[in-house]
Design a binder for this molecule. Sequence first.
Ligand SMILES: [Zn+2]
Length: 414
Amino acid sequence: MDRKLTSVNANGRNYGVPARPVVVVCVDGCEPDYITQAIQAGVAPYMKRMLESGTSLVGDCVVPSFTNPNNLSIVTGAPPAVHGICGNYFLDPATGKEVMMNDVAYLRSGTILAALSGAGLKVAVITAKDKLRSLLGHGMADICFSAEKADKATLADGGIADVPALVGKPVPSVYSADLSEFVFAAGVKLLETTRPDVMYLSTTDYVQHKCAPGTVGANDFYAMMDGYLAQLDALGAVIALTADHGMSPKTDAAGNPRIVFLQQALDALAGAGESRVILPITDPYVVHHGALGSFATIYLKEPSSTSTIMAALRALDGVEVVMTREEAAQRFELPPDRIGDVVVISDHLTVLGTRATEHDLSGLTVPLRSHGGLSEQKVPLLFNRRLQGLPEARRWRNFDIFDLALNHACVTTA
Ligand SMILES: [Zn+2]
């Protein structure tokens, strides 16, 4: 590395070159209350120390409060209007087909990770689910692998081989807390061995979809995480923790899911085939949420019907916000060419579906918890250092985490 280099630029922001390892952790679905409750229960002594001797802020994630848009915002330091990833899933206007947004072809900007790697820093990315691997690792020459396919990583494709042997754990099931534990365990091993300058660890929200803050299942997960964070700290890392989105119960008091089936409602209102509802939460791993989230976008065949349809949607119980494409693109900094004519957001306790017949809820063994809306926008920003030189109080975003970690938690090399 060029030792004279003091900062790199990505998407118009400068990031300082750290003098010691920096670990940025994205805890999937980490509603701030999970941390509060784990600390209150006495199972997260390290995070308690972070609150006391480090810095704790609350920030806003990107809406739709889904995994892919937020992970990409975090690693680019920019909103979806810049990087282009506005859902896990979308209607590709070029083909008219509904597709996953996992392909790097959809990425419209570089990442901070690629900029750091390009400047000669040693960078490592570990993600729980494989769906994020190519997007997060785009343009980066260093280590990038998923826990889900840890055994498939090679030196040529991932910059590392024999990961399960290094970590001393088998490849975990994709539906398990172990998948996230593997990410932390691998992070600790990497810091002990190759000692990357910057690491990005991204977990999965399997536990948060099932367990409310303060429950045994949630506290066990945060206790596990707490132990690994303490190890990273003991190895000398600057730690910065945030979340891709929060998580809310989406049920009535009896635990039954509250669902607005938008395609059914629109078909009744305007006729079959007049509209197409897209649920950007959709991904290959739907067992724990049935593809039900709090954000939907709608394509209309007849644009002149937009205001009538919007008024009808606003009257539905559980619907919080209905916006035009332009309003949503402006308010949430989304790429307008990748969202429908109308955007719908449901409330704290409600999710949006297409038709009852299209959602398999048989995998939901506990009351539905999900995200996607404004009610899941608040996320923690937690550091094991006192941040220096912060500007006046402002609205923090989860995608400020690299700025805060590299420019305000670290002393840069001279
Ligand atoms: Zn997520």
